[in-house]
Each structure stands twice: as C-alpha cells, then as structure tokens.
Write a protein that binds this ligand. Structure first.
Ligand SMILES: Nc1ncnc2c1ncn2[C@@H]1O[C@H](COP(=O)(O)OP(=O)(O)O)[C@@H](O)[C@H]1O
Ligand SMILES: [Mg+2]
Length: 313
C-alpha cells in the first residue's frame, strides 16, 4: 500500500518558511502600553507589561493608550520538506497562534509565511487548507457522523467516487492502527479518547496533504496511550514522508518525536535545532532551565527505582 503524500521525492525549497512573522492581540488582563509620538517622529514606547507592542499607526502628536501584546513576535524559521518539527513551549507562548497563521485561520499582522516558496497570503485560504492536514487536541470529530463519514469529509467535498472514499477509509484506518471493519460504522461516542485521536489523524491524512499541522494532538490522553500514539505517529511520518509540525508543551514528547525542536517563549523562537544539540548547547537561559528541569525529573525516577530495588533486598 502506498501511503506517500502527493509530492514526488523531497523538495529543495523549504516546505514552510516563516519570515519575521508576528501577531498581536488586545490585552485582556488590564496591562497597557503608552505610545507617544517623539520629536523625530518615532514612537517612544513606555513598556508597562512584558511583550508589549507599539501601535505603528499611532496618530501623529497624539498621546495614545494602547493595549496589546505579541502572541508571536518576529519569528523566523525554515522547515525542510519531510521534517518532523516539534514546537515546544509553555501554555500561552504562541504555539497555536503560529500554527493557525500557517493555515490562515489567523492572519499575521506582519511578516510573511511561504509554503514551498509561495507566499500563503496570495493563496485562497480554502485551497491552502486542503493542502494541509490539521489535527487538534479534542480530535474535533463530528458527533453525528460515523467514523467512515468523519474520515471522508474532505474527499466527499472534493466529490471523490464513493468506492474511492471507501477504499481510502479502509487504508487510513489500517494506517492509524484500527481494524477497518470493526470501526468504520461506529460513532465518536463509541470510541476511547485515544481512538478518537487516531480518527482525527486519519481524517487529516485523507487527501495526502504534504504538510500536517498537529496541535497537541495527544494532550488529553493517558501516558500509555500517548506513548503508543507517539510511536504510531513516527511510523506514519516515515511511511508518508510528509512535513509534520507538531505542537506540544511536553518536553519529553518534543524531544522524542522531533528531528528538530523549536523552543518558544513569550511569542519568540529561542532555539531551533536537533534534540542532541539543544541538550549539549542550550542557546538561552530559558532553554537551559527547561533542560535542567527535565533532567532533574529523570534523576528523580532513576533514584526512586534504585530506592525501590534496594528495599526489595
Ligand atoms: N483570538 C485571540 N484573542 C486574544 N488573545 C488570544 C487569541 N488567541 C490567543 N490569544 C492569546 O495569545 C497568547 C498565545 O496563545 P496561544 O497561541 O493559544 O498559546 P499556546 O498555544 O502556546 O498555549 C495567549 O496569551 C492567548 O491568551
Ligand atoms: Mg495551544
């Protein structure tokens, strides 16, 4: 069975390129920022909160209260065709915003995003999204549709023949590790959380998109199911050869899955490298702390196990 994506071999142009991308949102926590027009016509900015931004359109001569912050702050990165990139950062650091700008669910306020060398801003958002699979934490399945109908939503929209839809569902269920005949007629409520995530993954893979965006897809499943799903994802990535962008706040998951890891904090990209290099040469104090806390955890488990063995004697 050939699961490979629509591309013929790997492409030399980056699959995704972020160039100085930023996105700002209004603050809801009451912190604000003053923007004052200076003598030379430049905005003088008085920061009152971290991550604040200057409103470029602040009217001349006016003293203006602005409230807002960068959810993603001048981020630049290149993702090569066929990579499995993990995006790691704590809650609220801008991971989802970055992903949603990639498929134009959000529009950036500045910078550009290129998909295989083409500015996504110049592409029709619906067409763009068809080229990208998108998986979210709660799988987002339609509760009134069977597994088969959920998986074949896009193929049916694209008016594939019923037999072709059916064959693709069979292929996909096998690909995500579910017995096709046992599962195709079930409803989402008749599945476990882990199985629902598998269906969400299958649905996103249905039309063999070259790029997959995965936003904490395994965030809500238990540790053992999660480990299984991670292994399945690595296999699916190998078998399909697509470019995967996988968001997580779990350092173990990020370092286990990614051939490179993007570490974000406060909307900024702190480091993007292979797991080995990040561990060996953290580029930033925040990254260093992150690595050290993961190692401390590891030490805790190792010492607990030693302790348990000692007490067995
Ligand atoms: N639609 C929105 N309107 C206002 N603020 C938003 C919106 N979406 C996200 N944010 C804010 O932007 C920041 C980054 O959010 P998000 O990208 O969802 O973070 P993450 O996915 O890393 O947890 C957070 O402070 C969040 O509250
Ligand atoms: Mg998020």
């Amino acid at each position: 069975m050939n699961h490979s994506f629509e591309n013929e071999g790997l492409c030399a142009v980056p699959a995704i390129e972020y160039r100085n991308v930023y996105k700002r949102f209004d603050r809801t926590d009451g912190k604000s920022l003053r923007v004052r027009r200076g003598r030379k016509g430049e905005d003088k900015i008085k920061k009152q909160g971290e991550n604040s931004f200057a409103n470029a359109e602040a009217s001349a001569g006016a003293l203006k209260e602005e409230s807002g912050f960068f959810a993603v702050n001048k981020l630049s990165a290149e993702i090569r065709d066929g990579e499995l990139i993990t995006i790691l950062g704590s809650s609220g650091c801008g991971k989802t915003t970055l992903l949603k700008m990639t498929n134009r669910l959000y529009e950036p306020d500045g910078g550009s995003i290129l998909l295989f060398g083409e500015d996504i801003q110049k592409q029709d958002p619906v067409q763009l999204r068809r080229k990208m699979g998108y998986v979210i934490q709660q799988a987002g399945l339609f509760p009134h549709m069977t597994v088969e109908d959920n998986i074949s939503v896009i193929p049916r929209l694209l008016r594939w023949e019923p037999a072709r839809c059916r064959d693709r569902v069979t292929e996909l269920l096998a690909l995500v590790g579910l017995e096709p005949e046992q599962y195709r007629n079930r409803y989402p409520s008749q599945l476990s959380g882990g199985q629902q995530q598998r269906i969400g993954l299958a649905r996103a893979l249905a039309t063999k998109p070259r790029v997959m965006l995965l936003d904490e897809p395994f965030g809500a499943v238990d540790a053992i199911t999660r480990l299984n799903l991670q292994n399945e994802l690595l296999r699916i990535h190998r078998e399909t050869g697509g470019t995967f962008l996988f968001v997580t706040h779990d350092i173990h998951e990020a370092f286990r899955l990614g051939n490179r890891v993007m570490i974000m904090n406060g909307g900024k990209l702190l480091q993007m490298d292979t797991p080995e290099t990040i561990v060996r040469k953290p580029a930033d104090p925040f990254v260093e702390t992150l690595i050290r806390s993961a190692m401390d955890q590891e030490r805790f488990w190792n010492s607990s196990i030693t302790f348990a063995r000692e007490s067995d004697k």
